[in-house]
Design a protein around this ligand. Structure first.
Ligand code: GAP
Length: 438
């Protein structure tokens, strides 16, 4: 078996099998926008549910769903109006557009386009926030932004959540939601898009306790990623050097994944100090302090910020395998859009009835397929990552057993009908990603 080495193989599988479609495709598509199909949206929902449950099942974390549109002062306070910029250069000849900080320094130094060798413009600062207008007048007074991150909705609600939920420092607020960035160079499928979802958690701590919480969250988030079934050798934690640190961060690490196009960030964990609450306190004129009988301070914030689409891409890219006769998605059985598929061997009422009853009785996400040869049905389920296929045949009528086929090994065995769910649960708990040569 081999791993994914060309993203295009994954892009076409995703389209063919209903995971991800190019957005507005009948109009020729729109650059870097994608739609999640039936299987993609199920997988994404499963990932989000796992994250949400891991966060909000803790007593010290509350959930939130803040509005995408916020008061424009929010983005002045956060630093996005002045600082959320990328340096943009254009080629005067072929009109290609680049982020200056992504160009080879040699090309930048001589103002040369790496594609056509034409002349490049000087870098211009380009703000990544999407602008729109609130109300009927399209003037600067009514200009607002689509949020470029979900975090700010959490900061401005810090005291609302603490007071309404009677939380005490340290505690966290978790949120999943859309964010928008007018990226200069989106690409690599759903890796960098202009509309995406984030899963962010902000943990408010007493100054002095921040380093310890930063380390705890770093470890906890890595373990969460590993529990998705991603191969450990393809994940790493990279600290930001002093030069790379964002203006708001006291310390930061990226959890990175080794994509076919290199090691790239999947999630960031940041110690943001009191930057955010200080800024919102100053810009709003409202006290954001934590006050008790004995203490008064601005909490420090430890942030964990993962891209939901990017996590889904990692899950798919890591699961992709090829062997001599098939492509398969070796997804963790708990994540697969369908955890099991039921097949009557032939389209005969006595077999279909049993398979349909199994569908009604199972507690798992399932698919049912009665058309085509059994080999073709297995292949289709392999490609969409269904870990187990259960085939009902004529022996089932007399023995009340069925054949269960394993996606990763193609091995088959016979098990009693009544123990299908328990069997799959047991196998799913001990599942490990299949080895690949490359
Ligand atoms: N609040 C902190 C923050 O937003 P970030 O590193 O800019 O930090 C966090 O973004 C995560 O959001 C990234 O690790 C990535 O997974 C995801 N993300 C950021 N920009 C993205 C884009 N254009 N497309 C898809 N995902 C993106």
């Amino acid at each position: 078996m081999t791993s994914l080495d060309d993203m295009q193989d994954l892009v076409s599988l995703c389209k063919r099998r209903g995971f991800v479609f190019p957005s507005s495709e009948i109009y020729g598509g729109i650059n870097a926008c994608w739609d999640y199909g039936p299987l993609g949206v199920q997988l994404k929902r499963t990932i989000k549910d796992r994250w949400w449950n891991a966060m909000t099942s803790r007593k010290d974390i509350e959930g939130l769903d803040a509005a995408i549109l916020m008061h424009p002062r929010t983005w002045e306070a956060s630093g996005h109006v002045s600082g959320f910029v990328d340096p943009l250069v254009d080629c005067k000849k072929c009109h290609a557009r680049f982020r200056a900080d992504h160009l080879e320094p040699a090309f930048l130094a001589i103002h040369q386009c790496p594609t056509c060798r034409g002349e490049l413009t000087d870098p211009r600062q380009f703000n990544l926030m999407f602008k729109t207008f609130m109300g009927p007048l399209e003037d600067s007074a009514s200009q607002i932004y689509l949020r470029p991150e979900t975090a700010q909705g959490i900061y401005v609600n810090f005291l609302n959540v603490a007071q309404s939920m009677r939380q005490r420092i340290p505690f966290g607020i978790a949120q999943i939601g859309k964010a928008f960035r007018n990226e200069i160079t989106p690409g690599n499928f759903i890796f960098r898009t202009r509309e995406f979802e984030q899963m962010e958690m902000q943990f408010f701590v007493k100054p002095g306790d921040d380093s310890e919480w930063f380390d705890r969250w770093k470890e906890s988030r890595l373990q969460w990623q590993l529990a998705l079934g991603i191969r450990p050798e393809r994940l790493r934690v990279e600290p930001h050097s002093a030069a790379e640190l964002a203006h708001y961060a006291r310390a930061a690490v990226d959890i990175q994944y080794q994509f076919p196009f290199g090691w790239q960030e999947l999630e960031g964990i940041h110690n943001r100090g009191d930057f955010d609450l200080t800024r919102h306190q100053t810009w709003s004129g409202k006290k954001m302090e934590w006050v008790t009988e004995t203490e008064r301070f601005l909490p420090y914030i430890i942030e964990t910020s993962a891209g939901c689409d990017r996590t889904l891409l990692v899950v798919l890219a890591d699961a992709y395998r090829m062997d001599d006769e098939r492509a398969l998605l070796a997804l963790h059985p708990d994540l697969a859009p369908y955890q099991v598929a039921f097949f009557p061997l032939m389209k005969k009422p006595e077999l279909c009835e049993i398979a349909e009853k199994l569908c009604r009785d199972t507690q798992m996400r399932y698919d049912y397929d009665e058309t085509g040869s059994i080999g073709k049905r297995y292949r289709r389920q392999d490609e969409i990552g269904t870990p187990f296929g259960v085939t009902i045949d004529y022996d089932t009528l007399s023995t009340q057993t069925a054949t269960i086929r394993h996606r990763d090994t193609k091995a088959q065995e016979r098990i009693p009908l009544e123990s299908i769910d328990a069997y799959i649960k047991d196998k799913s708990a001990s599942w490990v990603p299949p080895k690949a040569d490359l």
